[in-house]
Structures are given as structure tokens and as C-alpha cells.
Design a protein around this ligand. Structure first.
Ligand SMILES: [Ca+2]
Ligand SMILES: [Ca+2]
Length: 335
């Protein structure tokens, strides 16, 4: 499963004076217009790639496309990974310099090979004939190994993802008390915030190696009505940004009040504590979502799920968007 990044370059005819041998190709370029270079990737507004891997093992490659959206040739000159953790990111690039024709693209790939556990950060610097400098943030989470004590703490998970949230501790085990910790808020039930679908996306899994179904539930009947939104395959049980194996990431609850659930280790873990009959009562911790710049993301929450009892709350981590806390009194169900 690859995540693509596209670097789009715009330019003006001034540039053609610097490349006289290519001028014949650019005779139709307008001399008007802004000088700009911009990066766009699959997640709009986030010029970054995120990786995870067990230490001393290589992650899957992420591919980057350098797209020339101008009307004449663009010269790609240098690609370099810089920053404190640059050595952990391996770049595979075409021979440079490389001229990219108008409307065409060149591709490179990046893999993450950490030598230590923890959060890693670096930057891919792109040198080209486009006037503005372009860079892509590279973030990786190394883990000691798979399962149990080898897994990364929830705080390292959210730090790598760029969610500037205090989850309530840097250690693997956060405790399973019903008291809020860190930036946690007690929100057992939600409502849709504005028009359009609600998004429920699994952004990390450090849980048992099994298929993980998840979704939302509604109340009113004798039992909660479960509505599956998606599933993550067993092979993606220990990583950031696992692909969805079945189902999707959006649903539309209309005006109905709902909670979030996941199903791990033969139990259902719900955002409403009274519904949890397994080893753990407070199975989901909910945090208002903040982005890498520290700004709150409107109507969005991080939700960490604990499937058993060790209290690491990263067995699954969701981002739930376009919701607000329900004002409906929490019903007396499940006890
Ligand atoms: Ca756990
Ligand atoms: Ca875990």
C-alpha cells in the first residue's frame, strides 16, 4: 500500500532565460503570472509522509511524484534528506539533474529504516529550477518489536502522526482508570456537527494480530445497534496508517446520537463505558484533535482503544471528524 506525494511546480518564462537550450520548447509560455512552487499530497495541506517500522527493519516504500504543472521544462536538480534523523530515511531517486517536461512527472521513493525505537523526523529538500524551495516532512515511528512491551507508547504514536495532544503520559501503560488523563475529555456519545458525512479513520494499530472491525452504534433498542464502518486486516496490526481492508471511512448518522466501537480479542469496546463487559470498563479515551502546528482541528477527535487491560490505548487509534459531543443525557444502558 503506497502513499503518494505530488510536488507541483509552477513557474514563469523568466526561467527559460536560464535554460537557453530548452527555450525552443517554451515559446508559448506566458510572461505573466505569479512565481510559485507548491507541494500537494494526498492529504491536502500536509506536505509530509509518515512511516512506521520495527527497528532495524525497513518500512514499505512511499512514493513521491515530482510533477511539472508549468508549460515548459523543469529541471530537477537535487534531492536531499536533512535533519536530525535523516539517516533513518532512505531515498531512491532517478539520476539528477533531470529535465521534466510540461505536464510530466518523475518519481522517487522513500523508505524508513530506524536503528532505534521512537519518533523520527527529517525533511526532504527539493532543489529545482522552480523559483521557490520545496520540502516534504518525513516522520517515522520505530518500535522495539511487535506486541506487548515492544510496542510504542500512545504518546509516541500521536507525536509521529503530528497530533500535538497530551495523551496523559509517555509510558506504554497509561492505566485503565475511568478518570480523564492529559487532554482527554469524557465524551461517550456524539452527534454529527455539520452537513456531510462523518469520518472514522483508523490512524494506528498496535494490537493483536487479527482482523479489526470498527464502526458506530446507536441506542434505543434492547441492545446497541452496531453499524460496521470498516475492517483492518490482521497483517496490519502493528503500524501507523493501516489501509482499510473492507468497508470505508465515512458514514452518515443523520441526526441520530451515536457512539464509536471496535472489536478486538473477542470483545466489543465501546465509547460508552456501561456497554463494556470485558476486562476493561473505560475502553476508549477521547481527545480533541490538534494538528502538527498545535491548532485544534474543528469537530475532530482522537480516540484511543484499549482491548484488554494493559492500558496502552493504542490497540487502535481513530480520528473521528465532523462530530460534536452529544448533549443528550447518557442513557442508563448496559449495566
Ligand atoms: Ca492494550
Ligand atoms: Ca497495544
Amino acid at each position: 500500500m503506497y502513499k503518494y506525494a505530488t510536488l507541483a511546480f509552477m513557474w514563469r518564462a523568466l526561467f527559460t532565460a536560464l535554460l537557453p537550450t530548452l527555450a525552443a520548447c517554451t515559446s508559448d509560455v506566458s510572461t505573466e503570472g505569479p512565481v510559485s512552487a507548491e507541494v500537494s499530497i494526498s492529504a491536502p495541506g500536509q506536505n509530509e509522509l509518515i512511516f512506521s517500522s520495527v527497528k532495524s527493519a525497513s518500512s514499505e516504500a512511499r512514493h513521491i511524484a515530482f510533477r511539472n504543472s508549468g508549460q515548459g521544462p523543469l529541471e530537477l536538480r537535487t534531492l536531499a534528506v536533512t535533519g536530525l534523523d535523516a539517516a533513518a530515511f532512505k531515498l531512491s531517486v532517478p539520476a539528477l539533474p533531470l529535465v521534466i517536461g510540461a505536464g510530466e512527472a518523475a518519481r522517487a521513493s522513500v523508505t524508513f529504516l530506524p536503528t532505534a525505537a521512537g519518533t523520527h523526523a527529517a525533511s526532504l529538500q527539493v532543489g529545482s529550477s522552480a523559483p521557490a524551495a520545496v520540502s516534504v516532512g518525513l516522520y517515522g515511528l520505530g518500535s522495539e518489536g511487535e506486541q506487548g512491551e515492544n510496542e510504542p507508547p500512545l504518546q509516541a504514536v500521536v507525536d509521529t502522526l503530528g497530533d500535538t495532544v497530551d495523551v496523559g503520559g509517555d509510558t506504554l501503560e497509561l492505566g485503565s482508570s475511568e478518570d480523564t488523563i492529559g487532554d482527554e475529555v469524557l465524551v461517550p456519545l456524539f452527534e454529527k456537527a455539520v452537513a456531510g458525512p462523518v469520518t472514522l479513520k483508523v490512524v494506528a494499530r498496535y494490537g493483536p494480530e487479527e482482523v479489526f472491525p470498527y464502526g458506530f452504534y446507536t441506542l434505543g433498542g434492547a441492545e446497541p445497534a452496531l453499524n460496521e464502518v470498516g475492517r483492518i486486516a490482521a497483517e496490519y496490526a502493528q503500524e501507523l496508517l493501516p489501509p482499510v481492508a473492507a468497508g470505508g471511512v465515512t458514514f452518515d448518522p443523520g441526526t441520530v446520537v451515536f457512539g464509536v466501537y471496535g472489536q478486538a480479542s473477542g470483545e466489543t469496546q465501546s465509547s460508552l463505558d456501561n456497554l463494556n463487559s470485558g476486562d476493561i470498563t473505560h475502553a476508549l479515551r477521547v481527545y480533541p484533535l490538534k494538528n502538527r502546528r498545535g491548532n485544534l482541528v474543528a469537530d475532530s477527535y482522537l480516540i484511543g482503544l484499549e482491548e484488554a487491560r494493559n492500558g496502552d490505548y493504542q490497540d487502535a487509534l481513530f480520528v473521528l471528524s465532523n462530530v460534536k459531543p452529544s448533549r443528550v443525557a447518557v442513557p442508563d444502558v448496559g449495566d
